[in-house]
Each structure stands twice: as C-alpha cells, then as structure tokens.
Write a protein that binds this ligand. Structure first.
Ligand SMILES: [Zn+2]
Length: 676
C-alpha cells in the first residue's frame, strides 16, 4: 500500500507564494531560508506537472559500506525501470525510443516542432508512458504526423539510432505507432475499472498486463498460478501465463537486476543479505512460495539502516487488482525523524485496543510494526518520477497478519514537495482567514502526522472475521484498494484528534486541537480540490481519490460536521463541528472495517457507488478554473539524486558521491542509456 498521490498535491496546495519556488509563510521561510537560498527545488512546469529536484542530505555522512550497498541497489533500480514502461503499454518503449531520439538529436529540427516534442516527451517520462498518472487517460502530440515524422527523420540523419522490429522500416514503425501518438481514442485509458454497462474492464484497459484480448469471462474457471508476477495472454483461444522471471518475460531486465543485487549482498548486514538472497531466488524461479519467503525475510529485517523495495508490488494499475506493477525504491533511515514514528509504532497495541470498531476485528497482538522515516536515493518504475510519500508493505494480507509489515515515510520527498510549492493557495479553498491561518501554521506537522498514522497504525491494524477464508482483496475485488485506503485514512483521522498523542509527546498539548482541526479542514477541502485531477474524466478512477471523496461525502450525508457554502460563485466545504467530525469518522471506520473483515463486497460497492465515484462536472469545471488561475500543478515528478562511484586503480570502490542533476531531460536520457 502506498500513501501520497493525493496528499502530496494537497501539501503543495497549502503553501502560499506566487509562481516562484520560495516558500511564502514567514514561519516556513525562517526554518528553510538557508536551504531555499542555496538550492533549487522547483525546476520547471510541464503542463499541469511540476518537476522538482529531490535531495538526500544524509547520504554523505553514511559509512562507505552503506554507500556502496546503496550504489548497487541504485543500479538495480535503474535496471528494472523499462519493465514498468512495458507494463503500462505494449508500445511505450518503442514510443520512448523515438521521442528520445528527437530530444537528444534535435539539431536542425523545426523549432515549434521540437518544443512540442520536448513537452510531450517530458510528460511521457513523468508519467512513464502516454497515460496521465492521475486521470489514467492518454495524452497526445499537438502537431501534425507529417511534422513529427520529419523531426524523427532529422534526428536519424543527426546520428540517432531507433531500433525497429525485425523486417520493419522506420517509416512503417512510425505509421504503426501514429494512432498511439496522435489519436486520443485509440487505447484511451490505461486502467478502466468502470467502462460502462456491457463492457469488459480488461479489454477496456490499455495496459499490457493482459494481451491478446483477454476478458474477465476468459478467466472463469482458469486457475491463475502467478497472480502477481505474470502477464495473461490469450493465444489461439487459450490463456497462457507469461511469468516475470529470469528466463521468462522481462528476462533481460530481471537478470540485470539480479546481477546488481548479487553485487549488493556482501555489503548488507545478515538480515538484509538474507532478504536480498530470497529476492534473487524469487526473481529466478518466479514461484509464489519464493515470493512469500522473500516477503517474510524482508519484514524480518527491522534493523538495517539501508533498505530497498524492488519487485512487482502495487496492484493499482490492474483493473482486477491482482497483477503487480514493477517498482524500486532505494533508501536509508533518517534517524532524527524516525524517532516520533517509532514512538507511535511502540504504542501500536494501545491504539489497536482502542479502535472504534468491533473488538472481534482488532488484532490481539499487533506484531512487527516497523515504522521508519527514510530518505530516498532513487525511485523508479511505479514509484518514480511520480512518488508516494508513505509506503506500507508487504501487501500480502496473510503475511501482514502473521509477520507484520514495514512502514516508511519518505521524508525528503515530503520536504521537496513543501519547498517547491509554487502558488498562493492558502486562501483559495479555505472559507475564512482563520482556516487559512490554521493551515499555514499547522499544515506541515498535521500532514506528517496523518501520513504516519495512516501507515504505521492504519494499514497494520485489524483482522479478518473468525472463519473468513482467503484474502479480502480477492472477495472485494475492484473496490478493495479504495476500501483499504479509506480504512487507513479513517484511522489517521480518528487518532489525530486523540488525547493519547499529546500524552505520548507526539504533539504539543497546546497545539493539539489546532493540528487536528487543520487536518480535518484540509482533508475536507480536498474533496473539492482533487477534482482538478479529473479534468477530462466523468468519474473518479484512482483508489486514493475515490476513498477521499467517499469519506468526505459520507460525512456530509451522515453527520452535521461539514457545511457546503458558496461565495462569489465559488464552492467551499467547511468543517463546522470537529466533535461531530471525529464521531462520524469513528462510525464510518467501524463500518469500513466490518466490510473488510467480513469481505462484504456488496456493501463496499454500495459505499463507493453512493459517495466515492461520481462527481458534479460543474463543480469540477469551477475547480479547474480556480486552480488554473493560480497556476497550480496537479502532480509533481522528481529528478532523483545521482550516485557516482569513486574507484582506486584496482577498481575497488573507495567512495560514492551524490549529486543533483536539476535537469529531467539529462537524467531520463542517462537512465535510458544505462538499460540500452
Ligand atoms: Zn495507504
């Protein structure tokens, strides 16, 4: 489970200033003046995306052994990057090769054509392919195919090489891919969970997790052996599982990953080395039993200061919610920030015992909650350049119940978000000055706390009803991701107002009420603000967006905590009663937990159909107008730090240095060259 897409944008929305990266609140400015003066966060805007540099300040202080370990894991992260491009669309890597040729060899290309191809290519990199990561819809080139083809030919005459399929000319390749570059109606949606009556979710989704026209009906009676790590292909009317492993699908990339992981093992401590060896074994066999062993070994490694996530992890891209998208993160623990999060994890049982849901669904022993504040070195695949801010893994519910999970909060990502906030937003969606001021003063701490509660307590809590067989995601199906995110958010919203937090010293008692209120304000406003991410959509698709929409609209329908108000043609959702708010959150949480614990698929569908999926297009248009007037980004993509090894004459690594490229194009072309 990951946390963040939405919160990230919220974070951005809540810092004020005017189209410059400098933070505008005096408080913020005081604490970050030095850093902001010295470094650049916001690098550029591309359409509705912000491009921001990520920094990892603690890296230089790490011992050489850790730096060397990180270097090998960093290379493993880049080695698998192309897998996710291919998973997003079967043509994505071919398309990328063509546009990268123009961007890297653009001398003499018509200036307007080159500008448009650069814009498109940057979006393509940020979104890992031609689909917007928030709306799931395809974006296209705004130019004529003739002008595009001329630019491509020019780049080839400038020395660019574009690999073509056997027996296919470049002309034929361009003609074949033309609809993907230019026609928004060809393969329009990467993940379509609601294609409309009579249409199939698999054939309506353009991703490459299924191929050959597989439909849900084909899966009836089919025993899927490699749920997480295979592509399902229909060949001659028969279903085949193409397993992702060495010797299987993505063998080239996975073999390269394995090579770097093997190089990393000698620099890892024993627990991490065990986990890495288990991961290597899983990549070799592709067998679920080996994936389970790896998950268990990864959770068992609780002490390493360096860690990685590398594999087929999150299932949001699959309309069925089964197939894993490849991703990698490489990170180290940020010791200062880890302290507060540890305090929460240490009290997990107390929080579990006080959950406002049926005691039968509480865990009698919350085991192995590991919460860490980390700094990321690199994120690729499904987690970069657009990144979550919190992650809790593994996703395997049975392992979570027996062995626990690890939870990380990506502190340098959150920091970069806050520092790169581009525009004056405090007042736009806040009803009055009191609300805007509360945001200004308490936003940072209340966001961090919300993330920690969501990850550390939220996803780790609860259990299935006695006698429940199987896994809740298999029963609740397409609503499971959103339901689980709702559950974790509700737990965070419930406990952010609990006196226990002040008692534990996690928040200052004097500010506690304001911190909780700031989060309620902010979470509620988001139900309006997030509609800007649904520019062309008719309903909400992404799990986090659905869950947030559902919670706020449920509270509006079932409590007196929130009022809808209007002023100057603008809509506001205003929190008017925090007590009623928290009480409502507790009631909804009790129901959401019951739905998960009992696997009540019908109730989950009803909850999201009633409150979480549809929206008023007029309100969306209003929000888009307000946001556009402020020039706010809908999402952010990050330029990652760059690692460079220093070697002695024998080739032994004597140091690893870190630098910050501050240039998306440079970094993306470099990554592509590393996997060619
Ligand atoms: Zn989550």
């Amino acid at each position: 489970m990951r946390y963040g897409l939405l919160l990230l944008a919220l974070t951005i929305m809540l810092t004020a200033s005017c189209s410059t990266p400098a933070p505008a609140t005096t408080e913020k400015a005081a604490t970050t003046e030095k850093a902001a003066a010295a470094r650049k966060y916001l690098l550029e805007m591309v359409d509705d995306a912000a491009v921001v540099q990520l920094y990892a300040d603690g890296f230089d202080k790490l011992p050489l052994r850790d730096k060397t370990l990180l270097w090998h894991l960093y290379q493993a992260a880049i080695a698998g990057r192309d897998i996710y491009y291919d998973q997003r669309h079967r043509n994505a890597l071919e398309m990328r090769a063509i546009i990268e040729a123009v961007v890297s060899h653009g001398q003499g290309v018509d200036a307007a054509a080159l500008d448009e191809i650069r814009r498109y290519t940057k979006l393509f990199w940020l979104n890992t392919g031609p689909y917007h990561n928030l709306t799931a819809r395809k974006f296209v080139l705004s130019m004529t195919p003739a002008a595009f083809n001329a630019a491509v030919m020019k780049s080839v005459s400038n020395g660019a090489t574009i690999p073509t399929a056997a027996g296919e000319s470049l002309d034929a390749m361009l003609a074949r891919l033309q609809p993907m570059f230019f026609d928004p109606n060809v393969d329009p949606i990467v993940t379509n969970k609601a294609p409309g009556a009579g249409r199939d979710i698999l054939s309506a989704s353009a991703n490459n997790l299924y191929a050959g026209g597989v439909t849900l009906a084909d899966l009836k009676g089919f025993k899927e052996k490699y749920g997480l790590n295979s592509r399902l292909v229909k060949r001659d009317g028969k279903l085949v599982e193409e397993v992702y492993k060495v010797g299987g699908r993505y063998s080239k990339e996975i073999s390269a990953i394995v090579g770097h992981l093997e190089a990393a093992v000698p620099f890892a401590n024993e627990a991490m080395a065990t986990a890495l060896r288990a991961l290597i074994q899983f990549y070799r066999s592709g067998e679920t039993a080996d994936r389970v062993k790896y998950d268990i070994a990864w959770v068992a490694d609780k002490a390493s200061s360096v860690d990685t996530i590398n594999g087929f992890i999150e299932v949001y891209m699959d309309p069925r919610g089964i197939k894993g998208a490849w991703e990698s993160l490489v990170f180290y623990v940020n010791p200062e920030k880890a302290e507060r999060i540890k305090a929460l994890g240490g009290q997990a049982q107390w929080f579990e015992d006080h959950m406002p849901f049926d005691p039968r669904f509480r865990k009698p022993n919350v085991t192995g909650i590991v919460a860490n504040a980390i700094d990321v070195i690199i994120e690729t695949g499904d987690s970069g350049p657009v990144t979550p801010i919190g992650i809790n893994l593994p996703n395997d519910e049975q392992i979570r119940e027996r062995y626990g999970s690890k939870s990380v909060s990506l502190t340098n990502v959150t920091e970069a978000y806050n520092e790169s906030t581009p525009a004056g937003m405090h007042s736009e969606f806040a009803w009055d000055a009191a609300e805007a001021n509360r945001s200004r003063r308490f936003r940072s701490v209340s966001d961090e706390l919300h993330t920690e509660l969501h990850e550390v307590l939220g996803h780790a809590s609860g259990r299935q009803a006695p006698g429940f067989k199987g896994s809740p995601d298999e029963v609740i199906k397409e609503h499971y991701s959103a339901l689980e995110e709702a559950r974790a958010d509700l737990i965070a919203l419930y406990y952010i107002g609990d006196p226990k937090l002040a008692e534990l010293g996690i928040v200052p008692a004097a500010d506690h009420e304001n911190i909780a209120r700031a989060q309620y304000d902010y979470y509620t406003r988001n139900a309006i603000m997030q509609l800007r991410r649904a520019r062309e959509a008719t309903h909400l698709e992404e799990a986090h967006m659905r869950n947030r929409q559902m919670i706020v609209h449920w509270l509006m329908a079932n409590t007196k905590a929130i009022e809808e108000r209007h002023r100057d043609g603008k809509t506001f959702y205003v929190v008017v009663d925090t007590k009623a708010y928290r009480e409502g959150v507790g009631r909804l949480l009790a129901d959401v937990q019951r739905i998960k614990s009992e696997g009540d698929a019908a109730a989950a569908a009803k909850l999201f159909d009633s409150y979480g999926i549809r929206f008023d297009p007029k309100l969306r248009d209003e929000v888009v107008k307000r946001v556009d007037a402020l020039k706010l980004p809908s999402y952010t993509g990050f330029v990652m730090p760059k690692l460079t090894p220093v070697t002695d004459s024998s080739g032994k690594i004597t140091d690893v240095t870190i630098s910050y490229p501050q240039d998306l194009t440079m970094q993306m072309l470099e990554y592509a060259s590393m996997t060619r």
